[in-house]
Design a protein around this ligand. Structure first.
Ligand code: AMP
Length: 241
């Protein structure tokens, strides 16, 4: 564990439909490699909660389950990635969601991370889950408003009713996890985010992981992908620990 903390991991880009397990797997990566999780959904929800200008601008799109306009995303993401805790690496969860965002991210990382820096090239991991499984995962998802722990009433229910096992808070259903919004989010994914997979696949950068399995099995696969990616770059002399 101490070794994991000491070394560079570089950017980890997690792609997958809503409900594919990006949030759950990001938390496992955070705990293992000690790099921060950058969830654009969480950042946007935080802006809405604080009532910022950006929060007001994105609320309508988010409530409908539509994607937020690309231009509104860039400043927010750039500001977060410039924080010092991202230097050894970070996990991007929920970004990029369109081909334009993927192109923007490549340009941003090239300009701000890879010139005169020790950052490794990104590893792009696709969490692949079939549609029926996604629907069950999304409609059953509940989270604890206090500690953020995620449950699923079908697969991982809390011990008591709809209460958090850790702190007893009443679990909540995210506004955009309502069924009609879920369908819209999955449609947006097919239309806008599938092309992002093609963008990375065409460059030979996409690694797909079968994510319908138990979360711990998926986590083990992801660690394997990240470790070999890091080792490969170290072998090429690009990793400076
Ligand atoms: P998530 O928590 O990642 O499922 O995101 C929730 C909502 O935030 C999405 O349905 C979008 O409305 C918005 N959102 C999050 N990330 C992005 C992004 N990269 N581009 C556009 N909209 C986003």
């Amino acid at each position: 564990m101490a070794n994991e903390a000491a070394r560079n991991v570089g950017p980890v880009i997690l792609l997958g439909a809503p409900g594919a397990g990006k949030g759950t797997q990001s938390k496992a990566i955070v705990a293992h490699y000690l790099v921060p999780q950058i969830s654009t959904g969480d950042l946007l929800r935080e802006h809405m909660r604080r009532g910022t200008d950006l929060g007001h601008k994105v609320r309508a799109a988010m409530d409908r389950g539509d994607l937020v306009a690309d231009e509104l995303m860039y400043d927010m993401v750039a500001t977060r990635l410039r924080e010092p805790d991202c230097r050894r690496g970070f996990i991007l969860d929920g970004f990029p969601r369109t081909s334009r965002q993927a192109e923007w991210l490549d340009a941003f990382l090239k300009k701000e991370f890879f010139e005169n820096s020790e950052t490794l090239q990104p590893v792009v991991i696709h969490l692949d889950v079939d549609y029926t499984q996604l629907l069950l995962r999304l409609t059953g998802r509940r989270s604890c408003p206090t500690c953020g722990r995620i449950y699923n009433v079908h697969f991982q229910p809390p011990r008591y009713d709809e209460l958090c096992d850790l702190d007893g808070s009443k679990l909540i259903l995210r506004d955009d996890d309502r069924e009609e919004v879920i369908r819209q989010r999955l449609e947006e994914y097919e239309m806008q985010t599938r092309p992002v997979l093609e963008y990375y696949r065409a460059q030979g950068r996409l690694v797909s992981v079968t994510a319908s399995r138990a979360p711990e099995e998926v986590t083990a696969q992801i660690f394997g992908v990240i470790d070999s990616h890091v080792a490969l770059q170290a072998g090429r002399g690009t990793a400076r620990e």
